[in-house]
Design a protein around this ligand. Structure first.
Ligand code: FAD
Length: 401
């Protein structure tokens, strides 16, 4: 209770106004680096270049805020919500935790998800509790659950698609219940048309561990993600321009090097064609109740329900408040780019853009959209830290930094 009260105190403080849109244009050559995007990729690189490298950095983001997709804010009821859907921090990288811990304290949080199947709410990833509740069984141990799944598995050779991965491990019955509809809604494609990496991310367990992630470190930034980003970018060598598109700055020669964390195909004017992305839409609601859901997220695998999942943010943030806010998540074909769509032909097109990128010495592509790959937050932090080390080595080899 003491911890919750302390978190509540930090959470309810107002956010500084430092990161508003700038009206004055900087002069050409004012900066060493122009960083496009103030999400994890852009903010980590800005922080490293400014505070470790002593470089002058301009960060722009076309959205009216910093934080990228991890942006959180207080809604009208005063509840901390994630504007672009639930973001749960989890990692096995001690380096990434050590780095981010310079800018935030943490609130331990282990994420749990239930899937709504008819009237039942069942743990996901599938575990022994899921199997027992779904089929009215009493599988007592891991061996019994493993045998049950092995009896259902339908071997595929080779395993190439997302459908193959699931069917070959747990069979078509469980595939239809938990994966088929959800994947079609989420990606607008049947799992048989998607790279195996999509469903390979969701394991099946024979024990009763109902945590969504098993990483050694699972926690949320105590005062939220945006506050953590504010601390990262709060340096005299960093200027932040939100509400500013790269397109409006690129001709102005503000910096000798650009770090681009937006979509790589957009940088090249889609000259080789558009890389496909899946988009999302969120409907946020506040309710006059302390709690609505038993866990942070309920998934809806059935195609009869249009949204894919519902999130109740107070589970994630630990905020104490008489009301609660939830969001419904709908996958969309059009809109902001969220997820690169993992299909071999898209990867081939990305490789062509990557080839163009290699020929440019004055721009570096980083992040989920810059490298067209589904990355978790910790992976993007790791990628940005590695990119910084490369830029620094380049400098040590006598090149501009
Ligand atoms: P982004 O956060 O997308 O930042 C890129 C920024 O660039 C954006 O702010 C954008 O506005 C800006 N930009 C793009 N083009 C331009 C331009 N032309 N001019 C100016 N600015 C531009 N990861 C986890 O680890 N755990 C989770 O639970 C989790 N949940 C997720 C849930 C959802 C719904 C989504 C979509 C992702 C989730 N992720 C999660 C992944 C996480 O969001 C990413 O790993 C992380 O945000 C990537 O950071 P980034 O900096 O690469 O990209």
């Amino acid at each position: 209770l003491v911890e919750e009260a302390a978190a509540q105190k930090v959470l309810s403080r107002g956010l500084p106004q430092r990161f508003s849109a700038h009206t004055q244009r900087p002069a050409p050559g004012s900066y060493d680096y122009l960083i496009v995007g103030a999400g994890f990729a852009g903010s980590v690189l800005a922080e490293r270049l400014a505070s470790d490298g002593g470089r002058k950095v301009l960060v722009c983001d076309k959205r009216p805020h910093i934080g990228g997709n991890a942006y959180d804010h207080y809604d009208d009821a005063g509840i901390l919500v994630h504007k672009y859907g639930p973001h749960i921090f989890h990692t096995n990288s001690e380096d990434v935790v050590a780095y981010l811990s310079r800018f935030t304290a943490w609130r331990p949080y282990e994420h749990r998800v239930l899937a709504q199947v008819g009237a039942l709410r069942l743990p996901i990833p599938i575990n022994r509790t899921t199997l027992n509740a779904l089929y009215g069984l009493d599988l007592q141990d891991e061996l019994a659950a493993a045998r049950f799944l092995a009896d259902r598995a339908e071997p595929c050779d080779p395993v190439t698609t997302s459908r193959d991965v699931v069917i070959s491990q747990i069979g078509s019955g469980l595939y239809r219940t938990f994966f088929e509809g959800y994947t079609r809604k989420q990606w607008g494609l049947d799992a048989s048309k998607l790279d195996k990496s999509v469903t390979a991310r969701v394991p099946t367990r024979t024990d009763t561990d109902d945590r969504y992630f098993l990483d050694r470190f699972q926690a949320m930034p105590l005062a939220g993600y945006t506050r953590m980003f504010e601390r990262m970018l709060d340096h005299e060598n960093i200027t932040v321009m939100v509400g500013t598109d790269f397109a409006d700055l690129k001709q102005e020669g503000l910096a000798s090097h650009t770090i681009f964390t937006g979509p790589i195909d957009e940088y090249f004017g889609h000259c080789l064609g558009r890389l496909p992305y899946r988009s999302l839409e969120f409907h946020h609601e506040t309710h006059d109740a302390r709690r609505l859901l038993p866990v942070g997220v309920i998934n809806f695998p059935s195609e009869d329900v249009r949204y894919t999942r519902v999130t109740e943010y107070k589970h994630l943030t630990g905020q104490v408040h008489p009301k609660t806010s939830i969001s419904y998540e709908y996958a969309r074909a059009e809109g902001d780019p969220y997820y690169p769509i993992p299909r071999p032909e898209n990867q081939a097109l990305y490789r062509q853009y990557e080839f163009l990128a290699r020929a440019q010495s004055d721009v570096t592509f980083v992040g989920r959209l810059g490298t067209y790959k589904y990355y978790n937050m910790d992976q993007v932090v790791g990628q940005a830290l590695a990119t910084y080390r490369r830029l620094k080595l380049r400098h040590e080899a006598g090149k501009a930094f």
